[in-house]
Design a protein. Structure first.
Length: 386
């Protein structure tokens, strides 16, 4: 009998062959924003959850699909995509073709709320138009998009009017953001999923907070609170109500698209912790589980144990990973050790080719080069069926 691990390995090879292979072989790219066949040869098929609920398939052909791709969150200089995509679109196109050639079939895009909402009730049409252009580029390169929203990564870009809102008003703006994005993307097959927010968190049960942003890293705030005060509610209740409101906003315009929330895996930080946003109650409206894992050197077994906590019966995606605290060989050990349960993997690409990293880029550059070389080799091996 073929085991789950073998099925997922085979699916990854098939997904990559359908996603990036033919584009790299020289076929002319064509328009795909409205469902035409993209350069990747996937015929513009949308991605769905498999009949048994444990993996992904292409909706029409029912072929299995496993994600292998990148977070495209900023460039090598730290600029967010919306900082330069209007003036430097050629760079975006070049990056997408490079990610395709490396073997990616999915790219995660981080949309900033301040760039997509001009006011509490009005979306920014110019940003939505550029998002449509990005969808067309995704189709031309055969790459699906994970659209992660509500970003407030640069504190200076967060509108004062948004920062001053109370919880329920803030949630309403977040729902309007997702309505605008879902309305704009509904006709395109090239959106893999909507990720409601990157790493949302809640306050403690007995402590009110005063700042919506937390977890500053390198001048960016990747973690965001969805409430400042539980006000007698349980953490599960608040998480459930927030998820339900945002998913409902998406479903009004794009009823079949997959939804998720990319979370910090607290079971990796605190052994014994249980999923919150992907728990049975709070996560009931989400289609799959997304977690962010950065294994530590010498503790790969512990990381794998923590990852299995998030095996809930839904598809499981490691939405962020990088050899930040381990070697590239250990990251490979982590990936290989979880092939029986994981249905998608996303690392990072920052607009710079592997061969362009040199001694002047320091340790970080060396790690990134190793990662990109590993990614390319792993993709090639998967297509060969190894």
């Amino acid at each position: 009998m073929i085991g789950a691990r073998s099925l997922r390995v085979a699916a990854l090879g098939l997904s990559l062959s359908c996603g990036a292979g033919s584009a790299a072989s020289g076929q002319e790219p064509g328009p795909a924003a409205r469902g035409e066949q993209g350069a990747g040869g996937a015929d513009g098929e949308r991605i769905a959850v498999s009949a048994d609920g444990t993996g992904f398939v292409l909706r029409e052909s029912r072929r299995p699909w496993v994600g292998w791709g990148f977070n495209y969150d900023h460039d090598d200089g730290g600029r967010l995509l919306e900082d330069y995509w209007a003036e430097e679109w050629d760079a975006v196109e070049e990056d997408f073709r490079e990610m395709r050639d490396l073997g990616a079939n999915v790219v995660r895009i981080h949309l900033q709320l301040g760039r997509f909402m001009r006011s509490a009730d009005r979306a920014d049409e110019a940003s939505l138009e550029r998002l449509g252009r990005l969808l067309a580029l995704a189709g031309e390169t055969g790459i699906y998009l994970n659209l992660t929203g509500l970003g407030c990564y640069h504190r200076a870009d967060v509108p004062d009017w948004y920062d001053a809102l109370e919880e329920q008003e803030r949630w309403q703006v977040q729902a309007r953001f997702w309505e605008a994005v879902a309305r704009s993307c509904a006709q395109s097959p090239w959106v893999f999923c909507y990720d409601l927010m990157n790493e949302p968190v809640l306050p403690g049960e007995d402590k009110a907070e005063t700042d919506w942003l937390t977890g500053e890293l390198g001048g960016k705030f990747f973690v965001q609170r969805i409430s400042l005060d539980l006000a007698g509610r349980s953490r599960t209740e608040v998480a459930r109500l927030w998820v339900e409101r945002l998913v409902a906003a998406i479903r009004r315009h794009d009823p079949l698209r997959l939804t998720t929330v990319g979370v910090i895996p607290w079971a990796h930080v605190f052994p014994g912790a249980k999923p919150l946003f992907h728990g049975e109650e709070a996560g009931s409206k989400l289609d799959f589980v997304s977690v962010h894992f950065y294994p530590k050197s010498g503790k790969i077994a512990e990381a794998l144990t923590a990852l299995r906590v998030y095996e809930t019966g839904k598809p499981l995606v490691v939405e962020e990973m990088f050899p930040l605290a381990c070697t590239i060989d250990e990251l490979g050990e982590f990936i290989d050790g979880a092939h029986d349960i994981v249905d998608g993997w996303m690392g990072f690409y920052w607009g710079k080719k592997a061969e362009d990293y040199g001694p002047g880029d320091g340790i970080g550059g060396a790690m990134t080069r190793q990662w990109l070389e590993y990614f390319r080799e792993k993709a090639a091996a998967s297509k060969r069926g190894h």
